[in-house]
Ligand binder design. Structure first.
Ligand SMILES: [Zn+2]
Length: 96
């Protein structure tokens, strides 16, 4: 699984950014994740899915995370699913 190269990582179980303290994924973290996701989109989505599951687990264990409890998909995955796909994706589909 891809581990993104960015200092903007989640600090569990609070889920604030280790680098800037904003709720993760923060704005600069999203920019860096999206840049890496342009090349490794499926790997990055797997990483984000694992983060969403970790956040659900942390909340099930009673930890209070920053942000809304009902918005885990939107917060962790929604912005990435809405981001434009790279042209590399088109080349992959053509080759398939
Ligand atoms: Zn950050």
């Amino acid at each position: 699984m891809l581990v993104p190269r960015t200092p903007h990582q989640p600090d569990r179980p609070a889920w604030d950014c280790l680098a800037c303290g904003e709720p993760w994924p923060c704005a600069p973290g999203k920019v860096e994740l999206a840049e890496q996701g342009a090349v490794h989109r499926r790997s990055l989505r797997l990483y984000l899915e694992s983060c969403a599951i970790d956040m659900i687990d942390d909340r099930a264990d009673g930890h209070r995370a920053s942000g809304r409890d009902d918005g885990i998909y939107d917060r962790i995955l929604g912005w990435f699913d809405a981001s434009p796909r790279a042209s590399a994706g088109r080349a992959t589909r053509r080759a398939a």
